[in-house]
Design a protein around this ligand. Structure first.
Ligand code: MGP
Ligand code: SAH
Length: 571
């Protein structure tokens, strides 16, 4: 049965993390031989959150909060409690009364610890006016009051109030409050009262002052928020553009091949390249160094090349390679001990301080080598991908580039049987040990070999080929420097060549999830890969907390299909 044409369950889109379709596309290809192909698909985004895991991973010094910050007792300061009763004195008299402007203020606690709080909200992190008002009301009311009526206070009280105001100034005032006393909207706002209203009391003036200042602040807060939201939207649009698509807006910015009106596009390249099982020399050199050249100079058999690679990659004598983890001699792999090991290696220590987001059970015996640290899929993203893949009758998943097991473990935790391939024996050993930590080692077959060789073996002898429902691809992207180039090219950036990987995978299953950098040339995915797959597809951005971290391209039945009676079959 052609698994790609199976019907899609109604639970699509009903994922653990919020997920949204962001745009639909259809592309007609005219191939060089004149034949036509049509590919349709979806652009989508998953909103994945792991704040807690990230917070738990931070450096100790960052964990320490400043000495317990005590709340200002707002009740103590509340105006109702503190505004003295109206005594009905005349304005003239009132303005002569030294210190009435001070006496009328709510009394704050003399306890030094109390009332000392300047809430440190992030600059753009106020979620509502009430939240901002909570942080800023004392300062903005009293500071403006002092400005307007300070002359009605004793020097000593002016100083005390000024000091208190400085203490209470919010760390992140809105723009309009940056220079509060230079903003005319906050000056002398009740002055007219004293001039026009007979018999007005300081209590009345103060109450009016509070009221007007609050209204002015509320108004300014909304202006500020609107500006901020606009800024953030622009920022988001720019990011989406950088990634190569901008669903829903500014279609002129879309790459020319992306055509919402289904116009035909021509691609000149030959469509199906010969599938290569051999890895070319440049790849081999990059991956295993010069040693490989000698050992493969006359090698044409893929299996022997794989052996040489494994040997050289691990830089070990084959006899020294043990697939069992030995905590005595391999302490350098223990992830919870990695702080010291990578203390002078900022590229990796960055990941140590995000460690629980990589594996929430990191302290329970997770092991990783250096490459494992920067290439493992963060747990929440792996969880989401597994949630997407392991459904719709997917029970056997090939993880072609297993690494230290971030994805394989999540597929198994979802109930899939996983065939976990990696050509690096140390990393595969890590994957197996890590799967034990998560209690799923028995649901995973570990194969230490070159994926190209495994695929070739399966293709050559169908009896050896397992029934595979889906293939997951997370190849090396050439190290953390993949972000240095503006656009990530699948052919030259992935190692081995990302187009070849896809070719080979299609021989195993049309249902593929391809985990790629966020700066991947989307044009390549929508042309070169799409025409090879000839199934519907979906490009999903994984937003982790607030940042687009990676993308996953789903093909075949893994891709979202709009629930429409019109929607065509896959092939
Ligand atoms: P990253 O380099 O940590 O980017 O990669 P980040 O955190 O956005 O960097 P920053 O400096 O902009 O903050 C993000 C994620 O991509 C990693 O956590 C890995 O899951 C994945 N990843 C990174 N690399 C280099 C690889 C790789 O070579 N192969 C695979 N499969 N995944 C990788
Ligand atoms: N998803 C993984 C990370 C994969 S990193 C995780 O979450 O841990 C990419 C892995 O591909 C590396 O471990 C590397 O050893 C492996 N690899 C590179 N070329 C390969 C090949 N030709 N066949 C199999 N594995 C390969």
């Amino acid at each position: 049965m052609d698994s790609s044409s199976e019907s899609v369950g109604d639970d699509q889109g009903d994922y653990q993390y919020p997920w949204f379709p962001m745009g639909h596309f259809g592309i007609n290809f005219i191939q060089t031989d004149g034949s036509k192909a049509y590919v349709e698909g979806e652009l989508s985004r998953a909103y994945i959150k792991d704040y807690e895991l990230l917070k738990a991973s931070k450096r100790k010094k960052e964990e320490k909060q400043p000495a317990e910050q005590l709340q200002v007792d707002m009740d103590e300061m509340s105006l109702q409690d503190s505004v003295p009763e109206d005594n009905g004195e005349a304005t003239d008299k009132l303005l002569e009364d030294k210190d009435m402007a001070y006496e009328v203020l709510p009394k704050w606690s003399s306890d030094k610890k109390k009332g000392k709080k300047r809430k440190a909200k992030g600059r753009y992190n106020y979620h509502s006016f009430e939240e901002y008002w909570d942080v800023s009301s004392f300062w903005v009311i009293q500071r403006t009051w002092l400005n307007d009526f300070g002359c009605q206070m004793t020097e000593e009280n002016q100083k005390e109030l000024l000091k208190k105001c400085d203490e209470m100034k919010p760390i992140y005032p809105i723009d309009q409050h940056e220079n509060l006393l230079e903003n005319p909207d906050y000056q002398n706002i009740t002055k007219s009262l004293t001039e026009t209203k007979e018999g007005v009391t300081f209590e009345e003036i103060y109450a009016e002052h509070c009221d007007l200042i609050k209204k002015q602040t509320e108004n300014d807060y909304h202006i500020y928020q609107t500006k901020e939201v606009t800024r953030r939207c622009k920022d988001m649009i720019n990011r989406v553009k950088r990634l190569g698509y901008a669903p829903g807006f500014e279609e002129s910015q879309l790459p020319s091949f992306y055509d919402l009106n289904d116009k035909d596009i021509k691609i000149d390249k030959p469509l199906i390249k010969e599938v290569r099982y051999q890895i070319d020399e440049s790849y081999a050199k990059k991956f295993v160094g010069d040693k490989f050249e000698e050992s493969t100079a006359s090698t044409s058999e893929s299996s022997s090349s794989a052996e040489s690679k494994i040997e050289s990659t691990a830089q070990l004598n084959p006899k020294e390679i043990r697939f069992n983890f030995d905590p005595e001699t391999e302490q350098h792999l223990i992830a919870s001990n990695a702080e010291k090991l990578y203390a002078n290696d900022p590229e990796i220590s960055k990941y140590y301080y995000q460690r629980y987001r990589l594996f929430s059970r990191l302290d329970e015996g997770i092991i990783m080598d250096r490459e494992g640290w920067f290439s493992v899929t963060p747990e929440a993203i792996a969880e989401h991908i597994a949630d997407r893949v392991v459904r719709h009758n997917v029970s056997v998943v090939v993880d072609a580039f297993t690494g230290v097991g971030g994805n394989a473990i999540q597929f198994a935790l979802r109930g899939a049987h996983v065939i976990a391939i990696d050509m690096d024996p140390v990393r595969l050993k890590c994957a197996r040990e890590n799967a034990r930590v998560y209690g799923v080692a028995d649901y995973i077959d570990f194969i230490c070999a070159d994926f190209f060789d495994v695929a070739a073996t399966w293709a050559a002898d169908k009896k050896l080929a397992p029934k595979v429902d889906a293939v997951f691809l997370s190849p090396p992207w050439g190290g953390p420097s993949y972000l240095k180039s503006k656009e990530f090219d699948l052919a030259t950036g992935c190692c081995p060549n990302g187009i070849d990987i896809f070719d080979v995978s299609l021989k195993i299953s049309p249902n593929i999830a391809y985990f790629l950098p966020r700066n991947t040339k989307v044009s390549q995915v929508l042309t070169e890969l799409a025409i090879k797959a000839k199934t519907r597809m979906e490009i999903e951005q994984s937003s982790l907390n607030t940042k687009i971290k990676t993308i996953t391209v789903y093909y075949g039945k893994l891709a979202y299909r709009e629930k429409s009676p019109k929607s065509s079959g896959d092939n």
